[in-house]
Design a protein around this ligand. Structure first.
Ligand code: FPP
Ligand code: MG
Length: 334
């Protein structure tokens, strides 16, 4: 069943209400990082952190951290939640330079505001601060997980750039890219939450798998939003993937199922996409060939697998809301 759009906002609201104290700690920790930054950095990261994202990664971490036998240590949850959000922000600052995008969270991107040189360094500072947030964490696995997630993000992004323009990109290669650039950090957020909940190693691993499935679904849907599929109030630019020669799941399905003539025609259309001359025609062909639908079905299958793991976790107050949230994500509007 595909839930309605309002459901997504509603369930996210219910989840946030359950963990509002923890999210407050996350925000306080982020504010502390901004306050402590030196001039030249302070004002800029202040501006970036004012544009509140959806805080999906911190929300997942906080929700899982509350599923243990006793309440988690809020200071540790706040620091770890801040770490994953700041790492995510660092990666977006760099990603917007790489993709050449001008709009993020409804505002001008860092490189548009301050130029590439400053934006690279702001991203570097944020990455360093993300690691600093967990440097004093008493469980040494937490900084190790976070640093491994950063490595995976970077590898995934490099793979994506290396693969750009390759029309014969395979399904497995695409999954490798998004496993690194997106799912790795969501996986890490869930595992860190599970450690803070005091779960044994096997449950920590299951939570990681749950996060990874959710992350894969999230990116497949994000790639559909880039075509405008299901997008309402999109707070970033459309068609950046085809303009940058990036082949995502709908095109992989299209090329798998099309004729030789259709392949050549699509190749010509993609060559014109950088000037946004052919985007509408590309969309019409992807729609007609059910390529969007096939990609959406894959996202739903990953969401289903995340839901199944969530439903096995203890403390139904949190785990059921999490499962409902996963289920609502297929209809996220931005
Ligand atoms: C958004 O993808 C980008 C990511 C999820 C990860 C980007 C990672 C890097 C730039 C590596 C550097 C990382 C660090 C740790 C500083 P997208 O372009 O598909 O999504 P979008 O539409 O939101 O831009
Ligand atoms: Mg991007």
């Amino acid at each position: 069943m595909i839930p309605s759009r309002t459901n997504y906002q509603k369930v996210l609201g219910v989840a946030r209400d359950l963990i509002q104290e923890d999210l407050l700690q996350v925000e306080n920790h982020i504010a502390g990082v901004v306050q402590a930054a030196p001039p030249g950095i302070h004002e800029r990261i202040d501006q970036l952190t004012q544009r509140k994202g959806k805080r999906i990664r911190a929300t997942l971490l906080c929700m899982v951290s509350n599923m243990g036998e006793s309440a988690p240590d809020r200071i540790r949850v706040g620091a770890s939640g801040a770490a994953v959000e700041i790492l995510h922000l660092a990666s977006l600052v760099h990603d917007d330079i790489i993709d050449g995008t001008e709009l993020r969270r409804g505002d001008r991107t860092a490189h548009v505001l301050w130029g590439n040189k400053i934006a690279v360094l702001i991203g570097d500072y944020l990455l360093s601060q993300a690691m600093r947030c967990v440097i004093e964490e008493k469980n040494p696995n937490i900084p190790v997980i976070l640093s491994a997630a950063a490595d995976n993000l970077i590898s995934g992004e490099i793979m994506e750039i290396d693969f750009a323009g390759r029309l014969n990109l395979s399904y497995d290669e695409y999954i490798k890219v998004i496993s690194g650039k997106t799912a790795a950090l969501v996986d890490a957020a869930a595992r860190i939450g599970a450690i803070l909940a005091g779960f044994p190693a096997d449950v920590v691993e299951e939570c990681g798998k749950m996060g990874a499935h959710f992350g894969l679904a999230f990116q497949i849907i994000d790639d559909l939003l880039d075509y405008g599929v299901g997008a309402e109030n999109l707070d970033k630019a459309k068609f950046t993937d085809i303009a940058n020669g990036l082949i995502t799941l709908p095109l992989i399905y299209y090329f798998k199922n099309c004729s030789e003539t259709e392949r050549s025609e699509m190749q010509i259309l993609l060559a014109g996409a950088a000037q946004d001359k052919t985007s509408e025609e590309i969309i019409a062909r992807l729609e007609k060939s059910s390529s969007f639908e096939l990609a959406k079905n894959d996202a739903l299958s990953h969401l289903e697998q995340a839901i199944q793991i969530a439903q096995k976790l203890p403390d139904t107050k949190y785990s059921e809301t999490l499962a409902q949230f996963f289920s609502s994500v297929s209809a996220r509007p931005n």
